[in-house]
Design a binder for this molecule. Sequence first.
Ligand code: ADP
Ligand code: MG
Length: 234
Amino acid sequence: MERIIKVRGLKKVFSMGRERITALDDISFDFYKGRIYCLLGTSGSGKSTLLNMLAGLEKPTGGEIIFKGRHIEKMTEKELADFRRQHIGFVFQNYNLLGDYTAIENVEMPLIFRNARRRLRRQEAKKMLACVGLKDRLYHKPSEMSGGQQQRVSIARAFVTEPEVVFADEPTGNLDTKTTTEMMELITGMARENDQTLIIVTHDLEISDYADVIIHIRDGKIENVEGETYEYES
Ligand code: ADP
Ligand code: MG
């Protein structure tokens, strides 16, 4: 099995005035290609902080994150931005779509950063929007769509570049039960089909049913791992 992300001794401390908050405390773990992981824990346990470090959105205070053989904790902001564009897709709770742009333009965006030609971009974005069931909403703006439809657009945007790893932070946090099931089936179905690694943050036990591996986070530590023996080589 191919290891995609190796995490060792990861630590994150936030300083707020005089107060110091240890959000992550000595996290070590291996993530493999094609598997679906869930970071499960209560609010404030450190899930989003961990996701943000793994995805190169925030810098750790200590420890190592080796993503596809590269130490991302040592990268500059510019290198990180390039790295994310090359290898990572994101789905957020609040969709994070650009409000002034149509569905198809939002989905095209990551392809622009990859210097894809306009015609090809349009074609790929259209195809992805059809995959997520939105072929009739190509020219709608986010404000003209339901929450579920906006999340479908954001899923299309996350997958359009065929990234090796897709990160999702509480992707169904704002959606009703029926839409939640639809979104989870969509995301996990796409990841399985393309053999992508999916890392989902949630506090919802039902969401964790979709994962191969459930990593229980508590007070910034891995409390317990289900679905895989919690052992790793150094
Ligand atoms: P979760 O996603 O599991 O709800 P977070 O990772 O957002 O938890 O937060 C973990 C802890 O770190 C919390 O105590 C939170 O208040 C703190 N924290 C998160 N982000 C920051 C920040 N930017 N500045 C200070 N403290 C933070
Ligand atoms: Mg969070």
